[in-house]
Design a protein around this ligand. Structure first.
Ligand code: ZN
Ligand code: ZN
Length: 207
């Protein structure tokens, strides 16, 4: 249990180091059709609302104070509809993001969609917060051969590159490009000069 937790925390640290959240890029994950559906529904709602409002089906214009001013009444109603639509659209697009993002991370997308949807009602955004805390890291290109590797891999399946190199002295994880350990200043050397994986003791910690 504690080992699994350690593994989890290690992955999360690893992910934070590697993944940058750029809103402009992340928004592209939201499926296009969700965005277009939101726009179309908003236009329909404004058009329909204005039509019903001005035709006087209910015998009254909304807002009632503006009964004698059809233009202002339409604008006021349009504004209210737009506000409600914007909140709904953000929710729908967030759900679209979670679904597609879970898919590309190899997680159970349907389950997370359902969880975020169900938890939205009583607990607002808790499903989304939970998702961002526990989501799997994205696959990334191997630093040596650029083959896409899963974040749980220890070694590249194509070139045997150590994907989680660690300092031989303090055993903390280091980046492939580090010349010295950022924790204890141990000289790490270039990957090409390292003895390789033949030494059983060192093999797992440093290439
Ligand atoms: Zn590789
Ligand atoms: Zn060290």
């Amino acid at each position: 249990m504690s080992e699994a937790f350690d593994e989890r925390m290690k992955l999360i640290r690893f992910r934070r180091k590697r993944e940058r959240f750029i809103f402009r890029e992340e928004i592209k994950v939201v499926p296009r059709w969700v965005v277009w559906t939101c726009v179309v529904l908003w236009l329909l709602a404004v058009a329909l609302g204005t039509l019903i409002n001005l035709s006087g089906v209910n015998g009254q214009t909304f807002p009632p104070d503006l009964a004698g001013h059809p233009v202002f009444a339409s604008l006021a109603l349009g504004g209210i509809i737009t506000l409600i639509s914007a909140i709904t659209a953000i929710w729908l697009m967030a759900l679209g993001y979670v679904y597609r993002d879970a898919q590309r991370r190899g997680m159970n997308a349907g389950l997370w969609l359902l969880l975020c949807m169900l938890l939205s009602w009583p607990f607002f955004a808790i499903g989304f917060i939970l998702y961002f805390q526990v989501r799997e890291p994205l696959p990334f290109p191997c630093p040596r051969c650029s083959t896409m590797v899963g974040a749980r891999f220890n070694f590249c399946p194509n070139c045997k590159c150590n994907l989680h190199p660690s300092c031989p002295n303090c055993k903390r994880e280091v980046a492939e490009s580090d010349k010295f350990c950022p924790n204890c200043a141990q000289e790490l050397g270039k990957p090409a000069e390292m003895p390789g994986f033949s030494q059983p003791g060192l093999g797992a910690s440093l290439e």
